[in-house]
Write a protein that binds this ligand. Structure first.
Ligand SMILES: [Zn+2]
Length: 286
């Protein structure tokens, strides 16, 4: 049995009624869970604590189709996580959730903290708890960073949240500009703002998503920058750094909340968004 979701576990000794113990045994037989997993799952549910899951609002396929309306608020996203990324109504900026605070990088190059009432059309968040910590030296490029991160992940088939801290010798980010509803992601990001920085200290916040999840979330690595002084941010396209501290949180649990806006309800989400996402979210722009 894979021991996921238990990287920071602590022993707990307590007496429970015989009936509860029997019910727990029956659950373990039924589900195949270990005692640790069964007790953790039951307590987490009763106490409304989410264990290592990724919470997501809307889908990458909907973004490709130009569904950028409010689905929930940043305050709601923060109830499910202290770490994540997303966008704003009309694709107007890049969102970063770091250490429990939400930020918006605007296409004018500014960064501001957002109120909990801020509408959120597409967001991915988690309660970040690192399973793996490593220092990576001599990062030559985005492709190099992706390859080095791949060596730290346990599988191509699990989702990971990734936090990277350090000084970036060079970093190139984009910030999406406001788009009309229904304008697809590729067209909307064809006139994005781009910024390049040298010797910038900051944090990259984001996720690795397996290819098979491509209609739900952006496949591969998706990282947003927030500088340590909170003055700069954006969606990362290229990077070079001498030394970076990497923390990885792996999960096998994904919660997706779907919007109920008319735009989402009537969008055609059956197409494979891979090519559009690669073009809109990647560094290779056509
Ligand atoms: Zn992004």
């Amino acid at each position: 049995m894979l021991q996921l979701g238990m990287p920071n576990s602590k022993p707990l000794t307590c007496a429970v009624p015989a009936g509860v113990r029997d019910a727990l045994r029956q659950r373990m037989e039924r589900t195949g869970e270990s005692l640790d997993q069964a007790v953790s799952a039951c307590l987490a549910e009763a106490l409304d604590v989410e264990l290592h899951s990724i919470f997501q609002v809307s889908t990458s396929g909907a973004l490709v189709q130009g569904v950028y309306q409010a689905a929930t608020t940043i305050g709601d996203v923060k109830r499910h996580g202290d770490f994540g990324l997303g966008t704003f109504v009309g694709l107007d900026g890049e969102g970063i959730l770091l250490d429990g605070r939400g930020y918006r990088a605007g296409s004018d190059g500014t960064v501001s903290e957002v109120p909990d009432s801020m509408p959120a059309p597409f967001w991915v968040a988690t309660k970040f708890r690192a399973d793996v910590r490593e220092t990576l030296d001599g990062i030559q490029s985005w492709a190099d960073l992706c390859a080095r991160l791949a060596a730290l992940r346990p599988s191509e088939n699990l989702l990971c949240a990734i936090r990277i801290d350090g000084v970036f010798d060079f970093i190139h980010v984009r910030v999406a500009c406001k788009a009309e509803s229904g304008v697809g992601l590729v067209e909307a990001t064809s006139h994005q703002a781009e910024f390049q920085f040298e010797n910038l200290e900051g944090t990259l916040v984001g996720f690795f998503t397996p290819t098979y999840v491509r209609t739900i979330n952006v496949p591969g690595y998706h990282l947003h920058l927030l500088s340590t002084d909170h003055q700069h941010g954006g969606h990362v396209l290229e990077v070079r750094a001498r030394s970076l501290r990497v923390a990885i949180h792996t999960t096998n649990d994904l919660h997706v909340v779907l919007p109920e806006s008319a735009a989402f309800l009537h969008a055609d989400l059956n197409a494979d968004p891979t090519a559009a996402l690669a073009r809109a979210e990647g560094a290779q722009r056509g």
